[in-house]
Design a protein around this ligand. Sequence first.
Ligand SMILES: Nc1nc2c(ncn2[C@@H]2O[C@H](COP(=O)(O)OP(=O)(O)OP(=O)(O)O)[C@@H](O)[C@H]2O)c(=O)[nH]1
Ligand SMILES: [Mg+2]
Length: 205
Amino acid sequence: MESAEFDYLFKMLMIGDSGVGKSSLLLSFTSETFEDLSPTIGVDFKVKFVDIGGKKLKLAIWDTAGQERFRTLTSSYYRGAQGIILVYDVTRRETFTNLSEVWAKEIDLYSTNQDCIKMLVGNKVDKESDRVVTKKEGINFAREYGCLFIECSAKTRVNVQQCFEELVLKILDTPSLLSEGSRGVKKNIFKENKPQSITANSSCC
Ligand SMILES: Nc1nc2c(ncn2[C@@H]2O[C@H](COP(=O)(O)OP(=O)(O)OP(=O)(O)O)[C@@H](O)[C@H]2O)c(=O)[nH]1
Ligand SMILES: [Mg+2]
């Protein structure tokens, strides 16, 4: 798909404690691979073009660092996000308790879209024997905080695609999130509007 051909641009943000697997989930979604990654420094960013719900979408996904020393950096990344993915590790209880202690508070403070869709993700379900947070606890948290919910594994890629798809479908279903700001560039707009003075090698943005 050409970069100029999409119906909507959605900004999405991944948050959660260090080591829960945010970057691994993103890599699993965008590249269909799994590698042992180093902790994210500051913030990372990936773009993926997808066809979901009959629409051509450009997803700009911001992958924040969970380490506390980067936290002040990440606040600005909440601005304008239509979707927020809150990740915890089903094998580490503190990553789940920090959802209410830290991450839900951050969303309240920094999120600018009132109707922004939140997806709660319990990651690392491939380590079932090490699980300490039950699925029921995840469901209850999601209900209390008004989030969608899914359990998945970046390693085996189970439910990774579904996680992003369900979030995007819900954004598409929310008219206030489909405003002008998220609308994509119309096909061939550059060809149609190209002024005479622009040469073949000039680039845009
Ligand atoms: N078994 C298993 N390990 C995983 C899974 N997802 C991530 N990991 C491992 O968990 C560790 C941390 O993963 P990252 O993706 O770097 O975690 P992060 O949330 O991005 O961490 P920060 O960037 O520090 O915030 C790595 O060693 C990954 O290989 C998973 O689904 N299953
Ligand atoms: Mg990371």
